[in-house]
Design a protein around this ligand. Structure first.
Ligand SMILES: [Zn+2]
Ligand SMILES: [Zn+2]
Ligand SMILES: [Zn+2]
Length: 143
């Protein structure tokens, strides 16, 4: 049994070739847009519709096997790194995304000083913004 099969079974999900292919693509790392995931899945399977890939990503994300992030101004992206509440830094120049470890490691890692009456806070959405090394170098040339 492959690692992907084990993962799917551990979450009570049916093992299908598209699910295995998407898991395999995500296991390669990075924060991938659906278009990119679809392209890579098609390298592995003969034919799979974009809708099928969306459906698989939805199921994997609900099961906690993938994580969906959607920084402002960027299409949704998916990654296989789950369960550590890590954060992201997004480059304002090119949109590249990198991981930043969460100092606490679980949500919510920020405690609000005051919580509105009756609310139970379970997540703080933290996104850092900046410039990646490539864009920093380019900025130096432009100036
Ligand atoms: Zn950049
Ligand atoms: Zn990440
Ligand atoms: Zn954190």
């Amino acid at each position: 049994m492959s690692g992907g099969e084990e993962l799917l079974r551990s979450k009570g999900l049916r093992v299908t070739r598209p699910r295995l292919a998407v898991l395999d693509v995500l296991a390669g790392g990075g924060h991938l847009e659906v278009d990119e995931i679809t392209r890579r899945v098609r390298d592995r399977l003969d034919s799979v519709s974009t809708q099928a890939v969306y459906d698989v990503l939805g199921a994997l994300t609900r099961a906690g096997l993938s994580r969906r992030i959607e920084p402002a101004g960027s299409p949704a992206r998916y990654e296989a790194r789950v369960g550590d509440n890590h954060h992201h830094v997004v480059c304002r120049g090119c949109g590249e995304i990198a991981d930043i470890d969460c100092a606490v490691g679980e949500a919510p890692c920020l405690d609000p000083n005051t919580t509105p009456h009756g609310y139970e806070v379970d997540e703080a959405e933290v996104t850092f913004w900046g410039l990646c090394p490539t864009c920093q170098a380019r900025r130096g040339v432009d100036e």
